[in-house]
Design a protein around this ligand. Structure first.
Ligand code: 1BN
Ligand code: ZN
Length: 324
């Protein structure tokens, strides 16, 4: 009976938001850019404010775990979330990295409407990679990545979303989990990535935690971004991928199947929570990502407010749908 109800709700959500091109494999321009109704009225996502929040993260320098910049940014993220969320928790622990031994982590969690039973999980990693090992110049391979796109962009959208929801109000329960130590992995070692998320999946911030589903943001700021439907998201959470792409704002969301990424969402899905990865996947590059990925060029020049607006607006559209 319970499962039947879940399927009915999911079927309704899958066709929600007005874009009915969910199974199309051609490029689609979405038309859900209109303002969104929430309990507090119309809300339009402010991508310029999000860009400013990315800039503030980058001003600390690369947020490499174990460095002073990482520690200072953790304080700032906690303070910033406290201004918008009802409850903020900082989850600490130690994980085993592939190349740098044991590492302390801080997962920073902002909770909106803690008593609401229907909840949406939103994730982004806030750490940055210690090594720009995809840089065309090998002399840069041991330099840290600034992570304007790979780290700061997703966090900035979630911080700005929390800020706007505080002003507008929402009836939905929302858990924003800023995960640490995503980006210290090594090739061909899946479990070496997403260490903060793996820790959270083993120690959820609330026992029996069961949101409707989760959305992960990763590398969501490039002007050339193409957000295709990521493979594992489709495998584990296909109905929710339909929902998100039906709610998509602007023309960076492409309703076609994209590649597979070993990202934080894998560990959330394995823990039994369906989770969708919104990530910039490129079919025309050797790495599968944007040219700045894991290079010293992943700086503020690599991100722009228009793409952040589209991603933030898409989240607002999904939230409005779940509020109905
Ligand atoms: C995403 C951004 N990832 C790292 N930075 C995850 C990833 C893991 C991407 C392995 C490619 C390979
Ligand atoms: Zn990375």
């Amino acid at each position: 009976m319970k499962m039947t109800l879940l399927y009915i709700i999911l079927a309704a959500l899958m066709t929600a938001c007005g874009n009915t091109n969910a199974t199309s494999t051609t490029e689609a321009t979405n038309d859900s850019t209109a303002t969104t109704s929430t309990t507090a009225g119309k809300v339009q996502f402010d991508g310029n404010a999000a860009l400013n929040l990315a800039q503030q993260q980058c001003a600390f320098g690369p947020r490499v775990p174990g460095t002073p910049a990482h520690a200072k940014c953790a304080e700032w993220l906690t303070t910033t979330l406290k201004a918008s969320c009802d409850t903020v928790m900082v989850q600490t622990g130690t994980v085993q990295t592939a190349k740098s031994g044991p590492m302390g982590i801080k997962n920073i969690i902002g909770i909106i409407n803690p008593d609401a039973s229907q909840r949406l999980l939103l994730l982004a990693h806030w750490d940055t990679r210690p090594w720009a090992d995809n840089d065309p110049d090998a002399a840069n391979h041991n330099k840290p990545v600034m992570g304007a796109n790979d780290g700061a962009s997703g966090v900035a959208v979630l911080l700005q979303l929390a800020h706007q929801l505080k002003q507008a109000g929402t009836t939905l329960g929302i858990d924003i989990v800023l995960v640490d130590v995503e980006d210290m992995g090594e090739n061909d070692n899946e479990d070496s990535w997403g260490l903060g998320t793996q820790f959270w999946a083993e120690h959820p911030h609330k026992s029996g935690y069961k949101p409707v589903f989760g959305i992960l943001l990763d590398m969501v700021g490039s002007s050339d971004a193409t957000f295709t439907r990521e493979y594992y998201s489709t495998q584990y959470a296909g109905g929710f991928v339909d929902l998100v792409w039906n709610c998509a704002a602007g023309n960076h969301f492409i309703n076609a199947q994209g590649g597979a990424v070993t990202d934080d969402h894998i560990f959330v899905n394995r823990a039994g929570i369906p989770c969708v990865d919104i990530i910039d996947l490129r079919s025309d590059s050797d790495t599968g990502f944007c040219p700045e990925w894991h290079t010293i060029h992943d700086t503020m020049d690599a991100i722009n407010p228009a793409t952040l607006t589209e991603v933030g607006q898409t989240l607002l559209n999904v939230i409005a749908e779940l509020e109905k």
